[in-house]
Design a protein. Structure first.
Length: 673
């Protein structure tokens, strides 16, 4: 017969409809005043950088030649659309070749409002920015459903459409464009030279930098970074990736729009060339040279590309008489390819490596001076050391969980769930319910359809037929973030780690659905308290899984087993009402499995509902209140562990034969031995 260990008591208790703590000890003990770890950067660096930029802006007009001053002004103008494109590409992971289209919309709208409607400059500027953002919203609604090169091609087409419209429309002046744009005035002073205009630009560029930096470090920014690492995992934590990317697309267009406003002021004429593909490539090159994801890199890249363009405009005609702007575009393309091949991180990669080397040397020298010895950080061998804490530890505080229904009431109801791939049926008419405050074990041989069933429950897959009802709401076929918002969180059979951040950053992302700070609050930096509270909770959760010692290590550097434990912590950080665990014990040592099993018992005692897919059948039988067995996509058994253990269909599913034949084979094997 199949030998399973005896089940242990479930320990379930009646729960009221409220949120409860998982421990009798105080939550968040001794961490609120802890020193902020290096992962949680402050705005000190941004403050220093902006101060240096302002100081340089004051000095440059007094020292630069007229030609260099003209280049510097255009570099500051194009820094704005470059910062916006950097947010879209580096943060949201969306490639756009149409930034010049929104730049042109801003420039044309500003010129029209000034020359045809005689509106004040500030009003016209706001109108131009709003128009660029409205157009981005309208075109972004369908475009943001595209990915990769499809989106790049679509935005490329947008640029050509805008250029054709302004070239063929009388209202925009056709090929002549709109001219006679007045110079801006500040307190009655006309900004009529490049030095004044450079000073006029600087505050807007500084504000744009601060807004972009705040966004990249905000709740929304961290969510977008997580989406780039694993869109499925991010959505399972409550991130609406489509809506978030659309918002960043609109914000990026706003940056391009204000750049177009200053361009119209500077050149006093707006022509169709402002929407050209050449300009889109130039802005793209600024972002790539500066470094994707680096706001400061976009600013540095704009200066470098403008000076590069100035040099190429003089060198190319000297080398190739009669050469046109198309040759310069070819030069930009060569530079772009070289940067991608030789320096994929751009200037930011060089600066970050130099800074890390310098600060690392300074810190090592300081540590040696203070202690007289060198104490290195965790080595790779340290990270692979097994967890040695007591598996039965119960005095570590855990976060609150959501208990929305009374114990024993159905929290999840599956009816007729079916998934077909062509002529293959992976899951066939599966039905079961999960009572609140219990653990359901979902077991079966490899290929039985367990993970497919999980994916349909969580929203990662749309079922062919059937229904999934969670807390009275139908979630079948809906996106994972919908279920996550209701309190359903999951882990994955194939690990989904956010590799761009560290361990505590991964767990922090689990708090996304509990946060309230949106994109606007993030850009304004109005979420410090929420971030501090969430990172404190993340560290407490890591302590509960005995991962405190690796909290600040790169998540990608952890061994497989510890990444599993970290993923469970991340799921728990969302305070779920229902936790789906897909093979959480795979890759864990025996002691780590005991630690996790003890944690799951405590969670159940507190009222959390858990559905567990696991190949360690002995652990499932000891943990679960109910067990469901799938075989070839069909539910063949469902009941308490003892009943399922002795079900002939289950024995056949696992051994490929019936009980009598299995016993006979075992007797023969023993006699042979």
């Amino acid at each position: 017969m199949v030998s399973f260990s005896n089940p242990q008591p479930s320990g379930c208790s009646a729960m009221s409809n409220k949120t409860r703590s998982l421990s009798t000890t105080p939550t968040f003990v001794g961490t609120l005043t802890a020193k902020k770890p290096s992962f949680w950067v402050t705005n000190r660096g941004a403050t220093i950088g902006c101060s240096i930029l302002v100081l340089a802006a004051i000095i440059i007009p007094f020292t630069a030649s007229p030609a260099m001053m003209n280049v510097a002004v255009f570099a500051m103008i194009f820094a704005l659309p470059a910062i916006g494109l950097n947010l879209l590409m580096g943060l949201a992971g969306q490639v756009s070749l149409g930034q010049a289209a929104f730049f042109a919309i801003g420039a044309y709208t500003h010129a029209i409002l000034l020359t045809k409607f005689d509106l004040p400059g500030p009003v016209a500027a706001v109108g131009a920015i709003v128009m660029a953002m409205i157009v981005a919203l309208l075109v972004g609604l369908p475009l943001m459903r595209l990915r990769g090169h499809y989106l790049a091609l679509a935005t490329l087409g947008l640029g050509f459409i805008v250029m054709i419209i302004v070239r063929e429309w009388d209202f925009t002046g056709r090929t002549t464009g709109i001219y006679g744009i007045p110079r801006p005035e500040v307190f009655g002073v006309v900004i009529n030279n490049n030095g004044y205009f450079f000073w006029f630009l600087t505050p807007f560029v500084v504000i744009g930098l601060i807004l972009a930096i705040n966004l990249s470090r905000s709740r929304a920014g961290r969510a977008l970074s997580a989406v780039n690492d694993s869109e499925l995992a991010a959505e399972s934590l409550g991130v609406n990736t489509y809506a978030l990317r659309l918002k960043v697309f609109v914000i990026s267009a706003g940056f391009a729009g204000i750049g177009g406003v200053f361009y119209a002021y500077q050149v006093a004429i707006v022509s169709p060339q402002v929407a050209s593909f050449h300009l889109s490539v130039e802005i793209l090159l600024m972002v790539v040279i500066g470094g994707l994801g680096s706001v400061w890199g976009a600013l540095a890249g704009s200066f470098l590309v403008e000076f590069l363009g100035e040099g190429m405009s003089e060198i190319i005609p000297a080398l190739i008489p009669g050469a046109t702007g198309e040759v310069q575009l070819l030069g930009y393309g060569i530079v772009l390819v070289l940067v991608i091949l030789l320096l994929p991180g751009g200037l930011h990669q060089v600066a970050a490596a130099g800074w890390a080397r310098a600060t690392g040397l300074w810190r090592r020298r300081g540590a040696e001076s203070a202690r007289g010895i060198r104490r290195p950080a965790h080595t790779a061998a340290d990270l692979h050391e097994p967890i040695v804490a007591d598996a039965e530890t119960t005095d570590i505080a855990l976060p609150a969980i959501s208990v929305p229904v009374a114990a024993g009431e159905p929290i999840l109801v599956i009816e007729g769930l079916t998934k077909q791939y062509g002529g293959v049926t992976a899951v066939n008419n599966v039905s079961f319910s999960v009572p609140a405050g219990t653990i359901l074990g979902l077991i079966g041989p490899n290929g039985a359809g367990k993970t497919t069933c999980f994916n349909m429950i969580s929203g990662a897959l749309a079922p062919t037929s059937g229904s999934v009802t969670f807390l009275g709401t139908s979630i079948a076929g809906r996106k994972p973030h919908v279920a996550a918002d209701l309190g359903l969180t999951r882990t994955f059979q194939n690990l989904q780690v956010f590799t761009s951040t560290d361990v505590v950053g991964n767990v922090y992302m689990g708090r996304f659905r509990k946060g309230r700070a949106g994109v606007l609050r993030g850009m304004l930096g109005m979420q410090t308290g929420e971030q501090h509270e969430n990172r404190t909770l993340a560290r407490d959760l890591l302590q509960s899984m005995h991962l405190t010692d690796v909290a600040d290590e790169a998540a990608a550097a952890l061994p497989f087993g510890r990444q599993r434990m970290m993923e469970v912590c991340r799921a728990l950080a969302s305070e779920p009402a229902l936790l789906l665990l897909d093979e959480p014990m795979a890759g864990l040592s025996g002691h780590e499995r005991d630690v996790l099993a003890n944690l799951l018992r405590r969670l159940r005692t507190a009222g959390l509902t858990i559905v567990l897919v696991e190949h360690d059948v002995a652990q499932v039988m000891s943990l679960a209140d109910h067990v469901a067995v799938l075989d070839d996509g069909v539910l063949i058994a469902h009941g308490d562990p003892e009943t399922v253990r002795n079900d002939p269909a289950v024995v056949v599913a696992y051994l490929g034969t019936d009980i009598d034949e299995a016993e006979h084979d075992l007797i023969e094997l023993e006699e042979h031995v």
